[in-house]
Design a binder for this molecule. Structure first.
Ligand code: NAD
Length: 484
């Protein structure tokens, strides 16, 4: 059986307690994951502190940048191994992971190396009573040892989205990958060693949340800042943990995102984009759409086209080139999504398509498969319209005016992303600016320039990461005032 070890101070560390990694495709065990104890987490944090005060802290920016380029190259050199590990852990199609997860995992190191290479700081010359003056300049120092708590939906991509900028800014990290997806974080340890990243800069501890590695990292007094992606409820617990010691947190959390489709849109583009935003990664994307509002003149046509698209999705093995939908992450998550499928019916939804579990052949019958599902007919106050489901499903509602759809789309506790489909440029800007979200797409979805700010409002998060915005979190900005 494959053994997934912790990575502490540049070495792979076995532990006594193990937990099972179950394949979401078959329901069979595929690996033994070594759970980190409190003592393992203490060792990882101590190694991170030593590296921060030692070789990593003493490196010039230029040296650090070269090392991070080497990490990106190292991921690309072992692309197929990362791809296989990510798809085995998540059940996502290789056609998706080979275009998004793994390339972005490498890109996250390159882009933030470039950001720190080119960053400018504030400079303020000032006058003084003696006429000689003074100068002020901003200086960005690393914030220290960063605890990185990761989810399972885009494991390598979202982990490196944090580790890339953290290391680029000169910090060291202790990463706690999701218990569901331990493999690529461990593999990255081998890449770090090969790239010449000093021991202790990148550490990985496996385990769960409360009473396990997640809690040990976030409550550790020697962890200086915590960056988290995951569910809002977990984010609240982490924010409480961070209050002890008044440590900064960056929280990227859930969503209940709305797409708004106006009758003047490019219809085919809106269908193609909505297909992706609802069903990509089996609906397990924080930016994904679970509420679709369609202007009444094209409502029926839109529902029919999305139904046809959903029914054309091919569920299957990740390595099969024709597969365009994989599995949910686990049986537990499948049960959660199925409970919402039942709730939608109980709340009075019309099931346009799907609503259950597909029959899969052979060993796939044991996996966490689910049907892509579309509903209509729910009232705005239904729970299915309010709560994040995180599955391949959406509800489609008709609307008659811009004011009406803005009111409905914004009436939600989350505020992560929206996609607006229209050919009217003025309306596109107006609606984008009035949506209570961190990210608004017009005539696209998931089009990402990594230099731009990324994050959510309301229950979807605190803070922005991406490009120079990541520096706000991963550095301590000090002012140096020099009397001339
Ligand atoms: P989760 O909150 O259940 O788990 C995330 C991580 O937190 C895991 O590593 C888990 O072990 C750890 N954890 C759990 N409890 C903890 C605790 N008390 N202390 C410390 N660590 C703890 O989230 P998930 O189910 O892995 O991911 C799905 C969620 O992530 C969805 O809500 C989705 O919307 C959200 N998400 C958000 C973004 C974003 O950028 N906003 C991106 C991807 C996913």
């Amino acid at each position: 059986m494959k053994q997934i070890l912790n990575f502490i101070n540049g070495e792979f560390v076995a532990t006594e307690r193990h937990f099972d990694k179950i394949s979401p495709q078959t329901g069979q065990k595929i690996a033994d994951v070594h759970e980190a104890s409190k003592a393992n987490v203490d060792a990882a944090v101590a190694a991170a502190r030593a590296a921060l005060n030692g070789p990593w802290g003493r490196m010039t920016v230029a040296e650090r940048v070269q090392k991070l380029y080497a990490v990106a190259d190292g991921i690309n050199a072992r692309f197929d191994e990362f791809l296989a590990a990510e798809c085995a852990d998540t059940g996502k199609p290789m056609s998706l992971a080979s275009h998004i997860d793994i390339p972005r995992g490498a890109a996250n190191f390159k882009i933030f190396a470039d950001v720190v290479k080119n960053v400018a700081t504030e400079f303020f010359p000032m006058e003084t009573p003696d006429g000689k003056g003074a100068i002020n300049y901003g200086f960005r120092a690393p914030i220290g040892v960063v605890g990185v708590i990761c989810p399972w939906n885009l494991p390598l991509l979202l982990m490196t989205w944090k580790v890339g900028p953290a290391l680029a800014c000169g910090n060291t990290v202790v990463v706690k990958p999701s218990e569901e997806t331990p493999q690529t974080a461990a593999l990255l340890g081998e890449v770090m060693n090969a790239a010449g990243i000093p021991p202790g800069v990148y550490n990985v501890v496996h385990g769960f949340g409360p009473g396990s590695a997640g809690e040990f990292v976030t409550t550790h007094p020697q962890v200086d800042a915590i960056t988290f992606t995951g569910e809002t409820r977990t984010g609240e617990a982490i924010m409480k943990a961070a209050a002890t010691g008044v440590r900064p947190v960056s929280l990227e959390m859930g969503g209940k995102n709305a797409a708004i489709v106006f009758a003047d849109c490019d219809f085919d583009a809106a269908i193609e984009g909505t297909m992706r935003s609802v069903f990509a990664n089996c609906g397990q994307v924080c930016l994904g759409t679970e509420r679709v509002y369609v202007e009444r003149p094209i409502f029926d046509k839109f529902v029919a086209a999305l139904k046809q698209g959903a029914e054309g999705l091919k569920l299957g093995r990740p390595e099969d080139a024709s597969t365009n939908m994989g599995t949910l992450i686990s049986k537990e998550h499948q049960n959660k999504v199925l409970s919402y499928y039942q709730l939608a019916v109980d709340e009075g939804a019309t099931v346009v398509t799907g609503g259950g579990v597909p029959q899969m052949p052979g060993e796939l019958a044991g996996g966490s498969w689910i049907q892509p599902t579309i509903w209509t007919g729910l009232p705005e106050n239904a729970r299915v319209m309010k709560e994040e489901i995180f599955g391949p499903c959406c509800h489609i509602s008709p609307f008659d005016s811009e004011e009406e759809v803005l009111q409905k789309a914004n009436d939600n506790a989350y505020g992560l992303a929206t996609a607006i489909w229209t050919r009217d440029v003025s309306r596109a800007h107006r609606v984008a600016q009035r949506m209570h979200v961190g990210l608004a797409w017009v005539n696209s979805w998931f089009l990402r320039d990594l230099r731009t700010p990324f994050g959510g409002s309301k229950l979807s998060g605190i803070g922005r990461e991406g490009g120079v915005h990541s520096l706000e979190f991963y550095t301590e900005l000090k002012n140096v005032c020099v009397k001339l």
